[in-house]
Design a protein around this ligand. Structure first.
Ligand SMILES: CC(C)(COP(=O)(O)OP(=O)(O)OC[C@H]1O[C@@H](n2cnc3c(N)ncnc32)[C@H](O)[C@@H]1OP(=O)(O)O)[C@@H](O)C(=O)NCCC(=O)NCCS
Length: 241
């Protein structure tokens, strides 16, 4: 848009350094506490190691997610496409206060969960994915990020929505999450219903969730042996979902 200046000006052009524009495009980060690494033993005896993803994991995550987007069943395509954008948005600093957790078996990517912090009171759940099906890995990943938002960060509410039947069953149904009135409230993922967990609901009913659904609790005292086994991050060669 252009308008003539209402006064004589000595210089008609102002040159901007993009470094001056960048602070206006990316949000100043909140000082978020890190997710403490954790491990959990699944029903089949495998130990899932959950840590925060690092920026150096991003190239492999994106490469794998490109393949997941082509998987046209159980909503892996739409969730894969959105997760690709969220990971890239984190790398390119176009998501406000994101957090990204990965679940690994011997370094191999098996689960994914991410979200972002809207403000000190509300955290938003973005996506949960499992890449090795049938082990309730999704439950562990969703619970990990809920724990992070409500316990570690101390947010008062955790807002989710669900794009797939398995996702809705895993967290909407199994956690008996209520919804805010729709369409007055819309989740940032496509304007769908906002399902929410309050700190009170968490404290009174959901702390036992992993024990009920997975049969074990998180262990935050990760052993050196488990850490070592998961040292080298890898992604599956093929998408077999
Ligand atoms: C939603 C999701 C994270 C749920 O996690 P999960 O419960 O650990 O996931 P799974 O898909 O392995 O299992 C879901 C159920 O379907 C069954 N199932 C369906 N298809 C299956 C398959 N191809 N192989 C094995 N199990 C399958 C499982 O046995 C399981 O039932 P159970 O828990 O009663 O045993 C996961 O299904 C997923 O990544 N889906 C695609 C992305 C998505 O929809 N994310 C959520 C967005 S809201």
């Amino acid at each position: 848009m252009k308008l003539d200046p209402p006064e004589k000006v000595s210089q008609e052009q102002i040159t901007l350094d993009v470094r001056e524009i960048e602070p206006l495009l990316q949000a100043p980060p909140m000082d978020l506490k890190p997710w403490p690494e954790a491990m959990i033993t699944l029903k089949d005896g495998r130990v899932l190691y959950i840590r925060e993803a690092r920026l150096d994991d991003v190239p492999l995550l994106l490469e794998y997610m490109k393949k997941v987007m082509d998987c046209d069943h159980d909503f892996y395509d739409i969730v894969g496409a959105r997760v690709y954008a969220e990971i890239l948005g984190w790398q390119r600093k176009r998501v406000k206060d994101p957090f990204t957790l990965i679940g690994l078996f011997d370094g191999m990517l098996a689960g994914f969960a991410n979200g972002r912090v809207m403000n000190e009171d509300i955290a938003i759940s973005l996506h949960t994915m499992t890449f090795a099906r049938g082990g309730r890995i999704g439950y562990a990943m969703y619970y990990a990020k809920s724990f992070y938002a409500l316990e570690t960060l101390g947010c008062k509410e955790w807002w989710s929505t669900f794009e797939s039947y398995n996702g809705w069953r895993m967290a909407g149904l199994e956690m008996a999450q209520p919804t805010y009135p729709w369409p007055e409230y819309q989740h940032e993922l496509g304007g769908a219903r906002v399902y929410y967990v309050t700190k009170r609901h968490w404290n009174t009913s959901l702390k036992n969730f992993t024990r009920q659904m997975i049969g074990a609790d998180f262990n935050f005292n990760v052993t050196d042996e488990v850490r070592k086994r998961n040292e080298v991050f890898r992604v599956p060669d093929q998408v077999t979902l």
